[in-house]
Design a protein around this ligand. Structure first.
Ligand code: SAM
Length: 487
């Protein structure tokens, strides 16, 4: 996958595994060290966990040596993600030798996938907690305090943590994530998420609006609405998406879909930037694109994973759309929002993928010319339909070569896209100092492209109009011409 500042919104490689910390409460006496891996949902979940534990007497620390409780929020999406976590557990084991009172808990998707097997395989683990069981943490911690191992991996039909106000960990005070759905019902054959995060359920729009309003009050300027498949958001009073058919006429009449939710959020805070991730092509409808076009504060950027350009592979992946339907969606986006940026996720070497299928992926990319991309070699995941029914038959070297080819093409398209911004004046929200130069700010334009420019007297959180002078394949370089009208 391409690593640069522009992709960090979704999977921040530099943040993977970093210890997250928040301002402490003086009364709290115990120390929590929490590390997160994987998707933004996990980072967002860690904020919920820290919030629950703040009420249980824990302040966060970034110093592993002084921790009373170490939690690692894990990812199962690819085998490599799991290997990284196992290596970290070895490190925790070494620390535990000098601090035997320290307890270790595994949270998230790997906890859900391996359940109590974790306690047998990784002897240092004291506690295993799945993504829907964080409210049970106070009880589970009491168990481990009393010397027993503790496990809760029960998946829920209605847990959305809508009533937990997350604390913001390692926050820049400007951008925040707000989760709107949990779980996923799509059953893509390669994907472990439906098994680790359970069935899809949506959060009460009222609690989403309260969280967004609270963030605005606290000075935040941008929110990203998070879900595995945001377009599938549907609130009809609670319950699983799959049970919507059983809802009453009244519930159906007052239900809120994703297009409506976007409008509610955009109207509630007209000066706040609204982003969302992830969109699934099979569920993205025209009314979502129209809502985006209608409100200036909804950013003009769609992360629209396609995974493959071949109809045969899309079918084998159980992605419920064709290449042609995807093109139609892209054409509609470009027609309704001409300046909309689009990014992809792609998997190379899915079982049975031929050179012809791979060429279809390259030609699909050529058609769309994505602004960004997140590209992966297929990794077989235990329990998925692909693992049960298909042989992982594309040789590793072939997967890697195809991956290289799509990454190279993406880089070319990235440059083509960034070049379209040169010479324009674009609104940028300042997020912090540039990683490469302390004399420059780093922020993003509406299309989610990173923009770097001299600091002058501007501050973090300012909306600034920036004249774009030059670019790389992922970054725009410019100079401020003044505050934007949104400031
Ligand atoms: N829910 C989103 C969707 O359906 O498009 C994203 C799910 S996942 C957290 C993020 C990305 O990881 C996927 O879009 C896919 O490209 C990649 N991924 C998922 N399972 C994979 C696997 N078994 N091997 C390689 N990449 C995988």
């Amino acid at each position: 996958m391409i690593k640069d500042e522009s992709i960090e919104k979704i999977i921040d490689e530099s943040q993977q595994g970093s210890a997250l910390a928040m301002t402490g409460n003086e009364k709290n006496t115990r120390k929590l060290y929490i590390e997160s891996y994987g998707c933004q949902m996990n980072f967002s979940d860690s904020e919920i966990v820290a919030s629950i534990l703040a009420n249980e007497g824990f302040n966060t620390t970034q110093d592993l040596a002084e921790a009373d409780l170490v939690l690692v929020n894990t990812c199962s999406i690819r085998e490599k993600a799991e290997q990284t976590v196992r290596k970290r557990l070895e490190k925790f084991n070494a620390v535990k030798k000098t601090n035997p009172g320290m307890k270790v808990g595994v949270l998230g998707c790997m906890a859900e996938r391996l359940k109590s097997k974790f306690l047998e395989e990784e002897k240092i683990v004291d506690m295993v907690v799945g993504p829907d069981a964080y409210k049970d943490l106070p009880n589970l911690i009491q168990e481990i305090d009393e010397g027993r191992n503790a496990v809760n991996v029960i998946l829920s039909k209605d847990e959305t943590y809508g009533d937990v106000a997350p604390v913001r960990l390692n926050s820049n005070g400007v951008t925040a994530f707000v989760s709107i759905t949990r779980g996923c019902d799509n059953m893509c054959t390669f994907c472990v998420v439906p098994f680790t995060r359970g069935r899809e359920r949506s959060r009460d729009p009222q609690s989403i609006l309260e969280e967004v309003n609270d963030l605005w009050e606290r000075g935040f300027k941008e929110v990203t609405l998070l879900g595995q498949n945001v377009d599938s958001y549907l609130w009809y009073g609670g319950g699983l998406k799959k049970d919507y058919d059983k809802a009453s006429e009244m519930q159906k009449a007052t239900s809120v879909n994703f297009a409506k939710l976007l409008e509610l959020v955009a109207q509630a805070q007209p000066k706040m930037r609204i982003r969302f991730s992830t969109s699934n092509p099979q569920d993205m409808t025209l009314d979502v694109i129209e809502s985006m076009a209608k409100y200036d504060n909804i950013c003009k950027y769609i992360h629209l994973p396609v995974q493959s350009g071949s109809n045969r592979i899309l079918k084998a992946m159980n992605r419920l759309h064709t290449r042609e339907e995807y093109f139609e969606l892209i054409d509609n986006i470009r027609r309704i929002i001409p300046d909309c940026a689009i990014s992809q996720d792609m998997i190379t070497g899915f079982p049975t993928e031929t050179e012809e299928d791979h060429q279809d992926t390259l030609s699909l990319m050529e058609y769309v010319k994505y602004d960004f991309g997140f590209m992966f070699a297929y990794s077989e995941r235990p329990g998925t339909l692909a693992e049960r029914k298909m042989e992982d038959d594309v040789p590793e070297e072939t997967k890697k070569r195809r991956l290289r080819e799509i990454i190279d093409l993406q880089q070319k398209h990235g440059l083509y896209r960034t070049q379209q911004h040169v010479g324009k004046v674009e609104e940028v929200l300042i997020e912090g100092p540039s990683k490469k130069s302390d004399a420059h700010w780093m922020g993003r334009n509406s299309q989610n492209t990173v923009v770097v420019f001299p600091k002058e007297n501007f501050q973090i959180g300012d909306f600034v109009d920036v004249k774009i002078n030059k670019c790389t394949s992922a970054t725009l370089i410019g100079e401020a011409v003044g505050y934007s009208k949104n400031n």
